[in-house]
Design a binder for this molecule. Structure first.
Ligand code: SAT
Ligand code: MN
Length: 616
């Protein structure tokens, strides 16, 4: 793509609005020269700004307003069909030493990355407005929070930021001038508008590319550049793009920034806080909502507190959740959040007669009225297409949540009792419903070998299972082996580390139906975990760790007999020997940076399961 040849004057840096931070001025000045927008707007996160942007997007056809009574102040956007998910194939981490990248990263050398992305970005905002939005990832002013400044030309991204993040207002920008440091990135849809030309409803480019530069740390110099996409995980930079940078920085800071949900649950033993690492579209949002209190469903920072425990807080203040399958039974809380309003739906189906939306699994029967699918085509049940895209999403603020934890905005976060790792594994008698790992090393091993079937949240082959360490496979910015070592270091030094568990809600029975009801019934697993931590629940010792016992697990009201429960919960040696083979293949790819204790644990598991297999 080449920039449009125009000789228009470039806008000047809005110095007064940006406050006194010199690095911020430099960032905006450099961005203007590179991207050549027609004007510059500094965002402030106010309702007036939201109204302005909303009107602009309605006029452009990017969004339609939904029926005010059914979905108050809510919008529906339909993306370009090429722009529906994260693009792992064109997401690069640029590191000077290729050896530092490891098997999960698409690597480029920094010079190469700069050259290619700069060529794409040159003049990419011609004819467009450039927005500058600073947000706080974590509570505003918190000493462990970080400010991220994004430059974008897609107003929808700013509206999503209003819901998902804490946008810094004018006063906070002035503050930023005093305390200084911020992270930053540039993002453009990559579709300049020629003089006199018009925009399209969902601008994006058929070429897409994202480059991260985690090792480059110069004030006001962007560490991530994203070209050609307006989809959340590619374009809402503080979310997954800054996750890559922050997970890399966290290693040096001695703490963790991870892809995990954070929730509180009141049991017999008071409120406990749980972190859950789950790959995208594996039910992390639904799970984060089944507890007593909610803090976040996607990103956290975790660190060792002065009490020797793990503390954590969520980085966002909104949810970017998967719509299909969400309904009043699977996630009543989120449905009530959506009905409260101020939602941005993307790529769900539209009901033009009532101004409503629909997605597969929202109701048992499809709507009786006319339906337009996610691309705007007439849709009828049985036509062979999905009405909503499999990765269609809703964006909603957690302020709508009736069970928001009172400490959700505490800059110190909350103390964590347990970390759960869970993927989507459907094999009958495969990955158990729940396992308690016997110690920290076994727990970190469980995280390092977490595996899941691929979902529609990223481009790639659906259903194929891959090892997704700590649910971070797509988000690594340094070597996965070093990340495993970092987890081991953080937790082995901790005086009171949390407990570690593996969970899997997705086993199917011999007939291909889900063997566990899932959703709100997953709380039964949390009840068992709560009682385990308190030393109240019995367990069966297995090579993997500890499994629940039929007689000491709440199955009331469920039609699950002893044999079914044992298939669901007890690790089968033959299955695990197969898993261990796959893990060995993965470990070989990780190579010599795999921590020795994990290789030792692998050998130990092989031996234990071989013995168990012989005993069967
Ligand atoms: O990556 S996104 O933030 O777009 C959503 C997800 O896949 O977790
Ligand atoms: Mn996610």
């Amino acid at each position: 793509m080449t920039a449009i040849e125009t000789k228009h004057a470039l806008p000047s840096v809005p110095v007064d609005e940006l406050g006194p931070n010199e690095a911020l001025h430099r960032l905006v000045d450099d961005a203007i020269r590179l991207l050549r927008p027609k004007d510059v707007v500094v965002c402030d996160g106010t309702a007036a700004e939201r109204n302005r942007l909303e009107s602009l997007l309605v006029a452009n056809g990017t969004v339609v307003r939904l029926n005010q009574k059914l979905w108050p102040n809510s919008l529906l956007a339909r993306s370009d069909p090429s722009d529906v998910a994260r693009l792992e194939q064109v997401t690069y981490v640029c590191l000077p030493d290729k050896q530092d990248a490891g098997p999960s990263i698409k690597h480029k050398y920094p010079e190469e990355g700069h050259r290619e992305i700069t060529a794409l970005m040159t003049g990419a905002m011609e004819g467009r407005t450039m927005y500058v939005a600073a947000v706080s990832m974590g509570p505003c002013g918190g000493k462990r929070s970080r400010v991220f400044v994004q430059i974008t030309d897609f107003p929808l991204i700013i509206l999503m930021k209003h819901l998902m993040t804490r946008v810094l207002g004018r006063d906070a920008l002035i503050e930023l001038g005093k305390y200084g440091r911020f992270e930053c990135g540039l993002q453009t849809v990559g579709m300049p508008i020629a003089a006199g030309g018009t925009d399209v409803p969902w601008p994006c480019n058929s070429t897409k590319m994202i480059c991260h530069f985690p090792k480059e740390r110069r004030p006001g110099v962007p560490r991530v550049l994203s070209f050609g996409s307006g989809y959340g995980g590619n374009a809402l930079l503080p979310k997954k793009c800054d996750l890559r940078l922050a997970m890399s920085d966290a290693r040096e800071e001695g703490n963790l920034v991870e892809h995990m949900a954070l929730m509180g649950r009141d049991g017999e033993n008071g409120r406990r806080y749980f972190l859950a690492a789950k790959p995208s579209a594996c039910g992390k949002t639904n799970f984060a909502m089944i507890g007593t209190s909610f803090l976040g469903d996607d990103l956290v920072r975790a660190y060792e507190g002065t009490d020797g425990r793990l503390w954590a807080f969520a980085l966002e203040k909104g949810i970017f959740g998967v719509a299909p399958g969400t309904n009043d039974e699977t996630n009543p809380e989120v449905m009530s959040m959506l009905r409260k309003g101020d939602v941005i739906f993307i790529n769900v189906a539209y009901l033009p007669e009532s101004g409503s939306v629909w997605w597969e699994g929202m109701t048992n029967a499809p709507p009786a009225e006319r339906v337009r699918d996610w691309q705007g085509q007439e849709w009828t049940p049985g036509c062979g297409r999905k009405a909503a895209h499999a990765n269609s999403r809703f964006t909603v603020s957690i302020r709508n949540c009736s069970k928001l934890d009172p400490r959700w905005d505490d800059p110190d976060g909350v103390p964590v009792d347990a970390i759960l790792f869970g993927g989507r594994r459907t094999e009958h008698g495969g990955v158990p419903l729940v396992v308690e790992y016997g110690n920290t090393t076994a727990g970190v091993y469980g995280g390092a070998t977490l595996s899941s079937e691929q979902t529609a949240a990223a481009d790639g082959k659906l259903g194929v299972s891959r090892i997704d360490p700590f649910a971070m496979y797509p988000f690594y910015a340094y070597h996965v082996g070093d990340h495993c070592a970092h987890w081991l270091k953080v937790f082995s030094q901790m005086a009171h580390p949390p407990r570690f568990y593996s969970v899997n809600w997705f086993q199917k029975d011999g007939a291909g139906n889900f063997a566990w009801p899932g959703f709100v019934d997953n709380d039964r697993v949390l009840d068992w975990i709560d009682r385990r931590i308190a030393g109240q629940a019995k367990a069966l010792r297995t090579p993997l760790g500890y499994s629940p016992l039929f007689d000491d697990f709440d199955l009331s009201g469920l039609n699950i007999d002893r044999a079914t429960f044992e298939t669901l919960t007890q690790p089968r040696p033959q299955f695990w020997l197969g898993e261990l083979d796959r893990q060995a293949v993965w470990f070989a790819e990780v190579g010599e940076r795999l921590p020795a204790v994990l290789a030792e644990r692998h050998a130990e598991l092989c031996q234990l399961f071989e013995e168990a297999a012989r005993a069967v």
